[in-house]
Design a protein. Sequence first.
Length: 534
Amino acid sequence: MDVMPLLMLVAVSAAVAGVARRGPVPAPLLLVAVGLAASYVPGTPDYTLDPEIVLPLLLPPLLHTAALDSSYLDLRANLRPVALLSVGYVLFAAVAVGYVAYLVVPDLPLTVALVLGAVIAPPDAVAATAIARRLRLPSRITTILQGESLVNDATAITAYKVALAAAVGEGATWGEGVKEFALAAVGGIGVGLVLMGPLHWLRKRLREPLLQNTLSLLIPFVAYAAAERFEASGVLAVVTVGLYLGHHSWQVDFATRLQEAAVWKMVAFVLESSVFALIGLQLRVVLRGLGEYGVAEAVWYAAAVFLAVVAARFVWVFPATFLPRALSARVREREPDTNWTAPVIVGWAGMRGVVSLAIAFSIPLTTHEDTDFPARNLVLFLTFTTVIATLVVQGLTLPTLIRGLKIPGRDVQAETLAEAQAQNEASTAAERRLAELLADDRNALPQPLADRLRTVMDRRRNAVWERLGTVNETTGESADETYRRLAREMIGAERRVFVELRDARRIDDEMLRTLLRRLDLEEAAAYREEETAE
């Protein structure tokens, strides 16, 4: 087995994503563009998407990472708009876009058109939320987009299975489709509910961070495989488990949380980078199989389907936003007021991604009658062009649209004030607990050590408040930022001395690693505070 193409894909994707982080173009868009260009570079391997790899091996960790980072409470508070988008919109888009394709493409069977509609119905799980966070959109819009991306793949995959059964001649009916969808949804959530308790219990009982993180890496694959074995939705099982574990992550050992955050951040970065590069690399594969369709007519079909995808989202989003508010006083009381700008952003943030392509590539070559699957190559082409068009057209213009609509971003001052108040309450509780402990003779400490505990506590209490205060006129830093910078400089000086002592053979490498780990933990604490502040 030649692993070089895979290594090249990961290495180049990571490098391009790293460049994108320093520039104005979002990483998904730059990766797709590089993939498109690379697909025609001589010597580039064929990276045909294999649905047997993408769906069970790439989708679970991406969904698990998103679920861990999501807020269960925020999603529950926005359950109505999330459900309307992740279930209602996906089903509506599958039918609406499929019917448009049926009208536009001559001799395209309606069942095949509905297969196409189901394939390109779900927006991507990464692109929209990545752009939303980068532009610091209001938290409610970000939550809705993220919640939609967690569940919509399950809806689309189930709708695709129903449409495909009809297309290949299995004689599926609408009633059977509704039944299959209900069983997949209930079964997927059920498997997640069964697994989440034992998995969390095991995570709390394992005391070795390496074992805990190994378990963490296995969890999304276990949940997905278990649900699929019962013909339930693996997507919903992964999301259910991920939301529960993320909500209760505070109960896990601190070393596990630190390692887990770093591990999953790396996994998500590698997978997301590779996935968007893979999208672009499909160009040569898709065009090679287009066959009987001419360039002009294929482009016309692609434009019509893309416009149908965009229009269908707006046709759904605006009524779904305002009709429930107009019809229900309870909705008006429970949910914050909104205007037309929010649904415009949500409507335009409907980029498609790798899941649509993976589903399209899973379309069988033949029907049950051993005849060629009708227009399979055209379905692949239209899926590819829709994914590219939404990523490029909507992805590139979404930041401009957000700025043009002057949507207020997150209130950083208010968020910092809330953080400071929460830290003050926690520090007050810690101060009371410290006084209780020091009053016990069993906890007697020399005064300098007791004062050090109080100093560390005061530092945590004051650090956030200092971000609200004045800044240094020379450097533009707050007192807390200056403190962290000086702390890193001091740690750096200590680190250099330890290395010099090792080189002079005054200490050995084992002792050096022990001393450096101590400094690394202190620097990591300072870095994490700075990362949170930003």
